[in-house]
Design a binder for this molecule. Structure first.
Ligand code: HEC
Ligand code: HEC
Length: 326
């Protein structure tokens, strides 16, 4: 009886930890269509979906580097200088919408964008679909995954999106702490979390992704200085009040996803935290406070996706050849 009561008490304590915190643990997506995700993994790594035959999703969303390219802004076709910082694909299924301005409603809609973007993969949907159709092993795999012979762009983007749903990063030290393991984070990291919570960062960075669930103004208290042309959500809504409103980025794995902000303007976490404090909250953190928050943010690095590198099916005689310098 006593034992039972103790179990009950610990269950209550465990659930109260979770319920009272503004951040929840990341839970891996369970409903994955495995055949589509396996196909999507190949497509994600396949540079033949670009005009150059050299650029894949992986080029800019490198899974060895937190799902980003660690560049201020990305490099696209013909060394094109990208206009904006590449966000991580890790945990992107938690995003309220895709892109900094939220112009794609979900991962499938997003995945069609870069293939046809002249400054990214510089291909067209028609050419991509045609190309895949010349590779017998792909034709077979599409048939297995979707039950029909016909390849079209919807199936291509559906498969990629299904793969991206597998890119969650559970079991970070902070999540272990949320689930009741008090020794999973240090005293300094805990104090960093308390500062993060009590000074108001959680107003925008909350939920399982520690962000990604709302659009907010960048430069709420003081304006943000940048040469970058992006104006955020106004591009989608046309509303003046949405000027400089961006999707709040996830802070999961933020230790790995530098540089920070839509313009890649902050090189380090310390700098990003300092700017956030001043511009969003009107608060200048001391060096010690800043270091504590940074220490907390590093506890959000979770288990990175683990899988074998996919081996891509070879081109056939009919497969259009890469055009890297056109
Ligand atoms: C040349 C670099 C480049 C390539 C190639 C590329 N991306 Fe991106 N990706 C970006 C940039 C830059 C953004 C942000 C664009 C914006 O918000 O306007 C982005 C945004 C995204 C987002 C939205 C994430 C978020 O938090 O809003 C996802 C998901 C994504 N890309 C997946 C893909 C997939 C899938 C492919 C391959 C089909 C791909 N990307 C190819 C650079 C690239
Ligand atoms: C009013 C909402 C709001 C508050 C409060 C807020 N943030 Fe942010 N945060 C944002 C937005 C919006 C961005 C993206 C801004 C951009 O890229 O221009 C962002 C970006 C960040 C980034 C960069 C992430 C990346 O991948 O680029 C970090 C780190 C960050 N915030 C930490 C904090 C910390 C720490 C606090 C508290 C001191 C805080 N934020 C308070 C809205 C907020």
């Amino acid at each position: 009886m006593k034992k039972l009561m103790m179990i009950c008490v610990s269950i209550v304590m465990l659930s109260s930890v979770k319920a009272s915190e503004p951040i929840q643990p990341i839970v891996a997506e369970k409903s994955i269509n495995q055949a589509q995700a396996e196909l999507g993994k190949k497509l994600y790594f396949d540079p033949r979906l670009s005009k150059s035959g050299f650029i894949s999703c992986y080029s800019c969303h490198n899974l060895s580097m937190g799902g980003t390219d660690n560049l201020k802004t990305s490099i696209g076709h013909n060394w094109h200088q990208g206009p904006i910082n590449a966000p991580t694909v890790l945990n992107s299924s938690f995003n309220i919408a895709q892109f900094w301005d939220g112009r794609a409603k979900d991962l499938q809609e997003q995945a069609g964008g870069p293939i046809a973007n002249p400054g990214e993969m510089a291909f067209t949907h028609e050419l991509a679909v045609h190309l895949l159709g010349t590779i017998p092993a792909y034709v077979n795999e599409f048939k297995q995954a979707f039950g029909t012979e016909k390849i079209d762009i919807d199936k291509v983007t559906k498969a990629i999106a299904e793969f991206e749903k597998t890119l969650t990063t559970p079991n970070s030290r902070f999540d272990q702490w949320l689930l009741g393991n008090k020794s999973a984070i240090s005293q300094t990291e805990l104090e960093g979390y308390q500062l993060f919570k009590n000074s108001g960062c959680v107003a925008c960075h909350n939920g399982p992704a520690v962000g990604a669930n709302s659009f907010q103004k960048m430069g709420l208290v003081k304006p943000y200085q940048t040469d970058n042309q992006a104006e955020g959500r106004i591009a989608v809504t046309g509303k003046d009040s949405d000027r400089f409103v961006f999707k709040v980025p996830t802070l999961r794995n933020v230790e790995l996803t530098y540089p920070y902000f839509h313009d890649g303007g902050a090189e380090t976490l310390a700098e990003a935290v300092d700017i956030m404090g001043q511009l969003q909250l009107g608060r200048k953190f001391t060096a010690t406070e800043n270091a504590k928050i940074v220490a907390f943010l590093k506890t959000l690095t979770g288990e990175q996706p683990k899988f074998m590198l996919p081996i891509l099916p070879p081109s056939s005689y009919h497969t259009p050849r890469p055009q890297p310098f056109k």
